[in-house]
Design a protein around this ligand. Sequence first.
Ligand code: ZN
Length: 174
Amino acid sequence: MFIEKIKLLKNLKIDESKGEMSIGGVRFLMISPELLCSLQRNLLKIGPVMERMFYDAGKDCGKEFARSVSKVFKIKDKDGFVDMCEKFGTLSGWGKLTIVEKDYDNDRYRINLSNSFLSGAGEKGKKNCYFNAGMLAGSAEIILKKEMDAVETKCASQGHSHCEFLMKPSKEFV
Ligand SMILES: [Zn+2]
């Protein structure tokens, strides 16, 4: 992943006159993961409706991430998408992503995420990584040009060694 690290850093632009950081022309913000964890912990007190809101926010964020990374690294096909998830998700600090099952014909993917920063952000024993599920689905929609959704099937906060997500076309979730 050394080459990707260099490319990612080469495309990272910091405009001091504006106080702005971007990759591939898309603005990024360097924040502590604790900000998202704290937001999630506090907003989940409102009720389960917030789980969907975190998922949707992750999806918007995943679309921006994919637009930026696909522009810089010219990702167009499904192999490129899998590569992008594993390398750039991991390099961006979201945790260690591994695509453990990929069915290109049906666009079904099973993804393992170790060290998810969100796994401890909610109630212990419950799945917590709504934002990450949304990120994966949003990235997939941009690269695969198809409505996609993802669901967390196992979470480290439930005592598993890692989190696991199933991602597939949105129409298969109804
Ligand atoms: Zn999780």
